[in-house]
Ligand binder design. Structure first.
Ligand code: HEC
Length: 176
């Protein structure tokens, strides 16, 4: 019996990429958060694993991004308009310029990036969330301000900022 169970688990693991609903054998069927399908984030500093509380991915679009690494707000005018506001609110504009074209800090519109991974939305998300070693501070909520765990940008806002940045750019959607 155990042998078959092990085999079944192995097969399920190997072929798992689609639905995850059927292998939630240990915890029943209802627990949403236990079964969250999440991509693996890494830091831009050194590529080590970056843990982000999945509960912060609170909107449908943020959840979709968490599952797929694709930014659903690309090309969405409403999200882009909000992203522009957040870009201004968090002073990105002071360093990167009003059109993300670059100022004291590099431009963000590509096609060339200091960190090549920023051509993807997952990569740019990681950079904004956790910063770099070269003068870009972490902006993710709980990371931006060590004295205030509520300060910083949410995942949903980060995706909107990225959608705005891509809209200023050279045709890169970041979702390829
Ligand atoms: C105090 C100035 C400053 C602010 C404010 C700032 N940045 Fe930056 N940012 C930098 C610098 C400097 C770099 C280059 C980092 C490096 O070389 O490691 C950078 C790099 C980046 C990169 C990577 C660019 C590339 O070519 O790979 C992204 C994306 C980025 N910033 C987005 C943002 C966003 C979005 C905000 C606002 C939430 C923001 N930054 C706020 C200074 C800033």
């Amino acid at each position: 019996m155990n042998k078959y169970l092990l085999l079944a688990v192995l097969l399920a693991t190997l072929g798992a990429c689609g639905k995850s609903g059927s292998d939630a054998s240990s915890s029943g069927t209802t627990s949403d958060s236990a079964a969250v399908k999440a991509i693996d984030f890494v830091t831009t500093q050194d590529g080590t694993p970056l843990k982000i509380d999945v509960a912060l991915f609170a909107t449908p679009s943020a959840k979709e991004f968490l599952a797929t690494g694709k930014n659903p707000y690309i090309g969405n005018d409403e999200a882009i308009a909000k992203g522009k506001k957040v870009f201004q609110m968090y002073s990105c504009v002071a360093c990167h310029g009003g059109h993300a074209e670059g100022a004291v800090a590099p431009g963000l519109i590509g096609p060339n990036f200091k960190y090549a991974k920023n051509a993807t939305n997952k990569g740019m998300f990681e950079t904004i969330w956790h910063g770099t070693n070269g003068g870009m501070g972490a902006k993710g909520i709980g990371l931006m301000d060590p004295t205030d765990p509520k300060n910083g940008i949410t995942p949903d806002e980060t995706l909107k900022i990225i959608a705005w940045i891509r809209s200023m750019g050279t045709g890169i959607t970041g979702n390829e």
